[in-house]
Design a protein around this ligand. Structure first.
Ligand code: HEM
Ligand SMILES: [Cu+2]
Length: 540
């Protein structure tokens, strides 16, 4: 198949298929287009979420009211959390880069169930629209926090049911994607590509897909029970009716802890692609990395109650859950060790994606290590529900997954759009992001340690200096992100044409034109070399 060298990426994706114009997108079953549709919608939600975050930080410039009322602040952190978790970071990497790259990386022409794939995007959009609609209904914007904790979520006068339904529908989207990926990986690998010849990004999607399939129904059931409780006062969770609020917390975290691995595993998978490419070496410890993804997915099911140490659960279960939590550090350490070993004596080119990986390793390590502080019982009692927690999860989710989201964007951008961005500008955004990020969130560790509770609109004057530093940090961070995005958009519009393999990547997506043609491969490749890399000469 010829590469459409003169056509822009838009013409290119429009070129084939039954429908024209916008319908060629809305009715497409091409995994690449679906990935791009996810990208557009998710980045929109990401920007809304970030705007809310910045507004919250502006509110925190002074004690008492700065720009919004206390009730509005409650709605803002709830919506910020809901958007960031359910509409951006849980579906993010699998839905965008997984959809786009999985078939390419295993030498397939599409995913196993292309129509189901499109349906999952529609579910995603329905969930997003429900969440937005709920803001304008009856009681006004939901104010429970993204965790919907009982009994508040059955007592509040704000609209809880529609956001709950939104989360429910988004769960379906996630499950469908999981089923699709597991089937695709089992059934559609190119001849010769055994499981241990698959790229590590594919391995991470595989582990993630199983969590999506197994864990997501639990939150689905929990959500339905909350709705029933709110509508009919059945006495499932409400202590006033003989229900058990702790039951809610258990069910919620049985999903929501594994969900953090849905967020982080694909990011780790992308890291395992970017590092060998930019170190010009085969990945060190391929099997160990692949197995550690499965191990993280597995252990991740048994640690949920570390979110409930101060809720009154028994001494024995606190002890066990604390111990199990520490175990997750082992497979995570295995990955970091192998990444470092790959870089060691590699011939490293500091390309933009690799710089994002460095940012990730630094920030995610801080997030992970402070996770151990929260995982120990004694320190947890002091830090629970303070800004220390807010700092911790931003370091993990934002410093971890989102930085790799940005890194993956810069890594696969040339492949996805057939254009290059300005690498110099992209490199300059990294120190800006670094400084802004640490000002914004490191201060929160100190604030929390000193006793500043999370989800508070007001605070004692002694906390003000740190809040101001943090707020200024948020402006710097967002400036960096805006420059980064504008640079990518400029690349899209008028960047030079990208070669087939700009980084010297060794996985199959780099053997097809940029952007890849509709059915990816003219001929399905036969994998003879391995593990992991296709054989053959470098080509530009
Ligand atoms: C410009 C970037 C961001 C800023 C300025 C920001 C700021 C904040 C602030 C001020 C809070 C509330 C603190 C409180 O009163 O308890 C918060 C909460 C939260 N943020 Fe962010 N954030 C940003 C990006 C992100 C990202 C990228 C994610 C996830 C991927 C995220 C996830 C969350 C979650 C889950 C909460 C908890 C909400 C709740 O308590 O219910 N944030 N953020
Ligand atoms: Cu957890």
């Amino acid at each position: 198949m010829e590469n459409a060298d003169t056509a822009s990426y838009v013409d290119f994706y429009h070129a084939e298929g039954k429908h024209k114009g916008i319908l060629s997108w809305l009715l497409t079953t091409d995994h690449k287009r679906i990935g791009l549709m996810y990208m557009c919608s998710m980045m929109t939600f990401m920007l809304i979420g970030m705007t809310l975050g910045v507004l919250m930080k502006i509110e925190m410039l002074t004690p008492g009211k700065t720009i919004v009322s206390a009730q509005t602040y409650n709605a803002m952190f709830t919506l910020h959390g809901l958007i960031m978790i359910f509409l951006f970071i849980i579906p993010g990497l699998p839905a965008i880069f997984g959809n786009f790259m999985l078939p390419l990386q295993i030498g397939a022409r599409d995913v196993a169930f292309p129509r189901l794939n499109l349906l999952s995007w529609y579910f995603y959009m329905t969930g997003g629209i429900f969440a937005i609609l709920s803001l304008f209904l009856r009681g006004g914007p939901i104010d429970t926090g993204w965790t919907f904790y009982i009994p508040y979520s059955i007592r509040t006068g704000t609209d809880v049911i529609l956001p709950l339904l939104a989360a429910f529908i988004l769960g379906f989207s996630s499950i469908i994607t999981g089923i699709n990926f597991v089937t695709t990986i089992h059934r559609m690998r190119a001849p010769g590509m055994g499981f241990f010849k698959m790229p590590l990004f594919v391995w991470s999607l595989y582990a993630t897909a199983w969590i999506q399939i197994i864990a997501t129904p639990i939150i689905g059931i929990t959500i339905i029970l909350v709705i029933i409780e709110r509508l009919f006062q059945m006495g499932i969770f409400d202590p006033a009716l003989g229900g058990d609020p702790l039951l809610f917390q258990h069910l919620f975290w049985i999903y929501s802890h594994p969900a953090v691995y849905i967020m982080i595993l694909p990011a780790m998978g992308a890291v395992s692609e970017i590092i060998p490419t930019f170190a010009k070496r085969t990945i060190f410890g391929y099997k160990a990395i692949a197995y550690s993804s499965l191990a993280i997915a597995f252990i991740g099911y048994f640690v949920w109650a570390h979110h409930m140490f101060t809720s009154g659960i028994s001494e024995t279960s606190r002890f066990i859950f604390s111990l199990l939590t520490f175990l997750v550090a082992i497979p995570s350490g295995v990955k970091v060790f192998n990444w470092v070993a790959t870089l060691y004596k590699g011939s490293i080119t500091p390309g933009v994606p690799l710089l994002f990986v460095m940012l990730f390793v630094f920030l995610f390590s801080i997030g992970g290590l402070t996770g151990l502080v929260l995982g120990s019982l004694a320190t947890n009692a002091h830090l629970h529900d303070t800004y220390f927690v807010v700092a911790h999860f931003h370091y993990v989710m934002f410093g971890g997954t989102v930085m790799i989201f940005f890194g993956a964007l810069h890594y696969w951008f040339p492949k996805m759009f057939g254009k290059m961005y300005n690498e110099k500008i992209a490199k300059w955004t990294i120190p800006v992001i670094f400084v802004g990020f640490n000002m914004l969130y490191f201060t929160m560790f100190i604030l929390g340690y000193e006793g500043m509770p999370r989800r508070y609109w007001d605070y004692l004057p002694k906390y003000q200096t740190l809040h101001v530093i943090s707020t200024v940090g948020s402006w710097i961070l967002v400036t960096g992100i805006i420059i980064m995005l504008v640079n990518l958009i400029n690349g899209l519009r008028k960047g030079p044409k990208a070669p087939m393999n700009p980084w010297g990547g060794k996985t199959l997506e780099w053997t097809v034109p940029s952007p890849p043609p509709v059915y990816n491969f003219e001929e399905i490749p036969v994998i003879t070399h391995g593990p992991y890399y296709y054989g053959g000469e470098e080509e530009k």
